[in-house]
Design a protein around this ligand. Sequence first.
Ligand code: UD1
Ligand code: CA
Length: 433
Amino acid sequence: MNIVILAAGQGKRMHSDLPKVLHPLAGKPILAHVLDTARQLAPSCICVVVGHGGERVRERLSSSDITWVTQEPQLGTGHAVMQALPYLDPAVPTLVLYGDVPLIRTETLIRLMQTGAEEHLALLTVCLDNPHGYGRIVRVKGCITRIVEEKDAEDAERAISEINTGIIKAPTAQLSRWLPALGNRNAQGEYYLTDIVALAAGEGMTIETCHPEDSWEVEGINSRAQLAALERIAQRNMAERLMEAGVALADPARIDVRGELLCGRDVSIDVNCVFEGKVVLGDGVTIGPNCVLKDAVVGPRCVIGPFAHLRPGTVLGAAVHIGNFVEVKNSTIADHSKANHLSYIGDATIGSRVNVGAGTITCNYDGAAKHRTVIEDDVFIGSDTQLVAPVTVGRGATLGAGTTLTKDAPPDQLTVSRTKQFSVAGWKRPIKG
Ligand code: UD1
Ligand code: CA
């Protein structure tokens, strides 16, 4: 099949400089969801029709399997598909998708493609309690004769609850006959793709319909509120998938996955955690409330949070503990090591069974470049220690609390860098005059 994705609309109601289809939904651009779904169908071509902001869309989502077509000016959905016609294989049917309808299921599209004969027109329709704004499916004795847009409809037609989702399967050879025959004498002065339905019916073609399982599959995004509503649905779907796979979620309504989250067995995730990019959680991992993890790999039986922040390049071994207000970036921490309170661990390589005391900071940045901190196995780091990188703490070493380490610490010894404590006998606090 050919796939045409319509994405030339301006998205004015977003009130944004970013093209509408580039706004993120569950961590990736709205249009990327549609593209990924389209790819599942292994089409012979994917044509994306862009208009306003098209260059930015093309740059952001460029891929060798996409043919980009510019529609300028935007004269309607029929006009948009017409711009893609030269790139379509006339021998196979064409599936039209909308770039701003991101949650359509692959299975629904497969069913639509299997609806009716290959040379027949098939429409994805739904019945809505409030069909306001949509094109209505007009049937005579059960057979579809045309689609009428809200703005062109008479009262009786407005009462029809079956609406056009906009997603259709059309025979490509007929499409190239129908599209040039469209007129624009309607309430919006546009070339309506929906008018091909009347042309097909006029030729005696039977027009079939198929329906999505859930109505959110065909919901479009025109405003920030609609984007937020679909974000919730995408998150709920993700949470359901995780729970089906055996993940314990304290509250499926309070998890946000903005990318890919891979979990082992018996993973438990408390409320208000955000997962970005690709996050891998090993068997038996426990994530406390209010954690943010991005592009991180967490080994089996690790205990994370509450309030932990794992940033890109974090790789934790088995049974590592990362506690509250601890930030880890671009660091490897081996088995059974712990950093439980108030720390920054950046650009570090930490061995096994290391205890990182409360308030420990790796000073990885000198204002110009980043440097690494190496902490070998069985090290004990006292509280409130600063490790000024590049620096290495040898195996089994102990750093006294409050140490500012600027030179390597030898293995198995105590290293402390603080002034000796002293007391002044008879000293009095100053008194206000
Ligand atoms: C369209 C349908 C309507 C259907 C509704 C579902 C037509 C004439 N009407 O109406 O029957 O119920 O979608 O949401 O087809 N686009 C372009 N170029 C254009 C115009 C639109 O690429 O010149 C794209 C938009 O970016 C969008 C899609 O086509 O992805 C639909 O456009 P929109 O303006 O939302 O269509 P509606 O008028 O809502
Ligand atoms: Ca619309």
